[in-house]
Design a protein around this ligand. Structure first.
Ligand SMILES: N[C@@H](CCC(=O)N[C@@H](CS)C(=O)NCC(=O)O)C(=O)O
Length: 217
């Protein structure tokens, strides 16, 4: 029976799982679930009412990190978790950094206020407030990532990993909201984001989302 991913595309956590599915070439279906007033049935799969959740036959799971870890075990190739213990731990750390520090600024303070609220809830944006988050809250997060990147194309070790996915998915939401990375201030980060977003897995999803949102430029 096919894997069914539950959630909506604009969520960085849903995208994280979609990138893993794409990188591993796992056939799947997707069902829209908007994480507001979710059904009692959905809560049985995702007790916190959050997206994503996943069904794999008669098995059900929730939480992007748990789903990605499961998919790594059911579909080991290509590996998205480094085999070296330290690189493995670093990959998990970057995934966590994306899922906690980055999302807490990118999600509610920038993507929601600048992109979702005006478009979908007809709420005017408080421009000064959003700009303050962009000018003051993002830079320390970007500084840290810049300091962690070496000369190679990946964040954790020598291969593309869940660490790259967990961080790069947040930059898709920033991109939708029209926020980029200043190449002079954060040259390594800007190069890394561009490289990861050019991978076929990310590129296809970004194009699909941009088309759905009517974003052209
Ligand atoms: N740790 C969770 C976080 C998921 C999450 O926060 N999803 C958001 C959408 S981007 C959500 O469902 N929010 C609704 C809520 O918090 O009730 C994961 O990795 O899946």
């Amino acid at each position: 029976m096919a894997i069914v991913l539950l959630g909506i595309n604009a969520s960085p956590f849903v995208r994280k799982v979609r990138v893993v599915l794409a990188e591993k070439g796992i056939p799947h279906e997707r069902e829209d679930v908007i994480p507001v007033n979710v059904s009692a049935e959905y809560r049985k799969i995702s007790p916190l009412g959050k997206i994503p959740a996943m069904r794999d036959g008669d098995r059900a799971l929730c939480d992007s990190s748990i789903i990605c870890a499961y998919l790594e075990r059911t579909h080991p190739e290509p590996a998205l978790y480094p085999s070296d213990p330290y690189e493995y731990a670093r990959a998990l750390w970057f995934e966590e950094y994306g899922d906690s520090a980055l999302v807490s600024v990118v999600g509610p303070k920038i993507f929601f206020k600048k992109f979702v609220a005006p478009r979908f809830f007809n709420q005017p944006m408080n421009e000064a407030e959003v700009q303050r988050s962009i000018d003051e809250e993002l830079p320390p997060l970007f500084d840290y990532l810049e300091s962690q990147l070496g000369d190679g194309p990946f964040l954790a070790g020598r291969t593309f990993s869940i660490g790259d996915i967990g961080i790069a998915t947040e930059f898709v939401n920033l991109r939708h909201a029209g926020v980029g990375v200043d190449t002079r201030r954060w040259p390594k980060l800007a190069r890394w984001v561009a490289g990861i977003h050019e991978r076929p897995s990310f590129r296809k999803l970004i194009e699909e989302e941009r088309a759905a949102f009517g974003l052209t430029a």
